[in-house]
Design a protein around this ligand. Structure first.
Ligand SMILES: [Zn+2]
Ligand SMILES: [Zn+2]
Length: 308
């Protein structure tokens, strides 16, 4: 097995594996305080309050800054950002799905290993993708709120939803790894959206997690001048690296790579490639949403057609 190129950890790729090991040695209350601090350093007071679990400080904040549902405005207790009624708007992919890309398929379809109309022309270097829902409507709005409007406490809602609906898939992995952001994107956004909910999924599932297993050099989007999706994967691979010193943690592991949205699979494939080169047994992907071409007829729960 070829050895992946390695480069020392950069400070945007925090916390490090050493930090994770160190954190596992300290009392849970101290760990929780540190996690809250790291995750909410840049949050607004309203979002800070939403993200906190019930404690004296959150009770005080609740009095000063009443917590409301993001969507309907109903009053909520601290630590919750969407009311139960609004959360039912989240449409989960159920029934028959593509065995490669996770797209919902008509109920009479037999999923085939070589893909559906959404992915048959795409090259994937990971095993398969499973998504929570389609990148449309309510879920698309949630992801936008989370990534671009500062609603970071939504990471808990995403993690809870993934664990509720995709638990067996998560439990099939030995190690959870989030897709990293480029340094430029990290600086712009202030956080890695995949890291936050991947870590929460791993914590609640008691799964192994290495948040900084991968890092990304430069700021290369897939080059539009390169027409072939396969060539874009190869080009983008140069921008992902496996962190130095973690080969033992990756070798022969079934890795679950977590990201927010799967579109062409170029990014996930580039990550999978370097993980496999570093000795991973397999790499599968879990995403919040599957972005689809506006073609064909697709089905969500209750076999309701959602796109024609
Ligand atoms: Zn609501
Ligand atoms: Zn497919």
């Amino acid at each position: 097995m070829a050895t992946a190129a390695v480069t020392p950890l950069k400070n945007w790729d925090r916390p490090s594996v050493e930090a994770d090991i160190l954190l596992s040695e300290i009392p849970m209350w101290m760990y929780n305080c540190m996690v809250e601090y790291i995750q909410y350093t840049y949050m607004s007071p309203m979002d800070l309050q939403r993200g906190m679990k019930g404690n004296a400080l959150s009770d005080v904040l609740n009095l000063l800054l009443p917590n409301h549902c993001y969507f309907c405005g109903v009053s909520l207790s601290s630590g919750v950002c969407i009311c139960t009624a609004c959360s039912t708007s989240l449409e989960i992919i159920e029934g028959v799905v593509c065995a490669r890309c996770g797209s919902p398929l008509p109920p009479e379809t037999k999923p085939e290993g070589n893909g559906c109309s959404q992915c048959v022309e795409l090259t994937f270097l990971f095993g398969r993708n499973v998504s929570l829902g389609i990148f449309e409507g309510f879920l698309r709005r949630l992801i936008h709120l989370y990534k671009f409007e500062g609603r970071r406490s939504l990471h808990r809602f995403f993690a809870t939803s993934l664990l509720t609906h995709r638990r067996a898939y998560i439990d099939g992995a030995d190690l959870i790894v989030p897709v990293p952001l480029s340094p430029v994107r990290y600086t712009e956004r202030g956080f890695n959206q995949s890291y936050l909910f991947a870590k929460e999924v791993a914590r609640k599932a008691h799964a192994s997690f290495i948040g900084s297993a991968l890092y990304r050099r430069g700021n290369a989007a897939p080059q539009s001048s390169v027409s072939s999706q396969h060539e874009r994967v190869i080009n983008l691979t140069d921008h992902f690296m496996v962190r130095a010193g973690i080969t033992d943690s990756i070798e022969d592991r079934r890795i679950l790579l977590i990201d927010d949205v799967l579109t062409t699979g170029v990014t996930a494939s580039a990550c999978a490639r370097v993980l496999l080169e570093a000795g991973a047994h397999s790499v599968d992907v879990l995403t919040l949403a599957r972005s689809l071409k506006a073609a064909g007829t697709l089905y969500l729960s209750a076999n309701r057609p959602i796109m024609k």
